[in-house]
Design a protein around this ligand. Structure first.
Ligand code: GLU
Length: 428
């Protein structure tokens, strides 16, 4: 086994623009606190499998364009690998690797029987027609035919993909097997075996985590103000669910910029505006337009980054005024910013806990598909809310026990679980 002699030394923080390094920095800190043995450390840090494919697709103009697609299986120690598929111009193997590892820790934190994976295609879905996206998704599925499987690796939506793309994946996979296999993918449309509550599951989990954290910090939700960065599935639904429960959402943002109204923004109206405006908030006049990054530094109680990785960094963390950060996105805080947030006594509910509601309901979808039975919305929500609350408490207790942040507490819970399972399963 490769030796890593300094694995118990304080972790150097080297996360400049590389989300995998950022993930590893936290992993190292948690591994040291847990006293993880060297062999297990080396097993858990290395992704199991990395697949890169070229995907030639005929575009509407008749030209053939070759896209690059990825799937990384970080771990299948806890069970079949699970994780979304991202369509974005910034997708690259390092990002997919980090996102796959985060899925391993996320599934372990909420105690569902999955390993972690992630996939992606470097593309700009906003600049492509539905037909082009469909051909790309089917080509990707065909290339990953031996990787995916209901007991092997189960994809789901992520940034730039949704139920429509999952339907094409399920159809392509099913055709190749000569039968309908809906448990191969989650986040499907309801009529194809999707689960009630899946679309809003991540936002709902963010809302539950926010309430759990506000309770610890003794923040009264009815007097709390909140800024939400990102107005896609996670950002807009987190905002809506918090707004419905009395939290004042004073700022929202998307690629068109940020919108600030200290009196509070009518979130259902903002969602309706976006839906009637080609999916963007551009031209939204019910709030003052401010610079996108400024949203992070507003005088609010709660900040929800729900857009992309590495938006809170060493360079800007000192400007944050919120007392509580709840990470709707994966990896929005770079490792170098953790210390600054801790010094400022800002509580950060980490991504691998805060946004785990999505994969939790994905798990319920897979369970329903395999049972051949459909649960009511009530059952889905009750069970996922309980998992989110229990997981928050577990992480909170671990952080208290090791006198560390919630982020490192979450890594400790996750690594401990995967390491224990690995010890029982064993290796070669
Ligand atoms: N893409 C989502 C995430 O990052 C959901 C993954 C899933 O449901 O498998 O958690």
């Amino acid at each position: 086994m490769a030796s890593n002699s300094n694995y118990l030394e304080p972790a150097p923080i080297h996360d400049k623009g590389n989300p995998f390094d950022s993930m590893m920095s936290r992993f190292d800190v948690a591994a040291q606190l847990l006293g993880l043995d060297e062999a297990t450390y080396n097993v858990l840090k290395s992704p199991n499998k990395q697949v890169i494919v070229s995907l030639p697709v005929t575009m509407d103009d008749g030209n053939v364009r070759v896209f690059e697609g990825y799937r990384v299986i970080h771990s299948n120690i806890l069970g079949p690998a699970k994780g979304g598929i991202r369509f974005d111009m910034d997708v690259n193997i390092d990002e997919v690797k980090a996102l796959a590892a985060w899925m391993t820790w996320k599934c372990a934190v909420v105690d569902i029987p999955y390993g972690g994976a992630k996939g992606g295609i470097t593309c700009n879905p906003r600049a492509m027609s539905a037909g082009e996206i469909e051909r790309l998704m089917r080509a990707y599925t065909m290339s990953m035919m031996d990787v995916f499987g209901p007991d092997k690796d189960i994809p789901a939506p992520d940034m730039g993909t949704g139920p429509r793309e999952m339907a094409w994946l399920m159809d392509e996979y099913s055709k190749a097997h000569g039968m309908t296999i809906n448990a191969v993918v989650t986040g499907k449309p309801l009529v194809l075996g999707g689960s009630l509550g899946r679309v809003e599951a991540t936002g709902r989990g963010v809302m539950v985590s926010t309430f759990a954290a506000m309770e610890k910090l003794k923040i009264n939700p009815y007097q709390a103000s909140c800024a939400v960065q990102g107005f896609g599935n996670v950002g807009s639904l987190s905002a809506r669910l918090l707004h419905e429960r009395g939290v004042k959402i004073v700022a929202i943002s998307d690629i068109s910029g940020a919108y600030y109204n200290p009196e509070g923004i009518d979130i259902p109206a903002a969602i309706a505006y976006r839906d009637g405006n080609k999916g963007t908030l551009a031209g939204f006049t019910a709030a003052e337009k401010i610079d996108g990054e400024e949203l992070l530094f507003l005088p609010v109680d709660v900040l929800i980054p729900a857009a992309k990785e590495d938006v809170i960094t060493e360079a800007n963390a000192h400007k944050i005024q919120a007392r509580l950060i709840v990470e709707g996105a994966n990896g929005p805080t770079s490792a170098s910013a953790d210390k600054i947030l801790a010094e400022k006594e800002i509580m950060a509910v980490p991504d691998i806990l805060a946004n785990a509601g999505g994969v939790t309901v994905s798990y319920f979808e897979w369970v329903q598909n395999r049972l051949g039975y459909k649960w009511g919305l009530d059952r889905v929500q009750r069970r996922s809310d309980r998992i989110m609350k229990d997981s928050f408490e577990r992480v909170y207790q671990a952080a208290a026990k090791y006198n560390t942040t919630l982020r490192i507490g979450a890594y400790i819970v996750a690594i401990e679980k995967v390491a224990q399972t690995y010890h029982f399963r064993g290796g070669y």
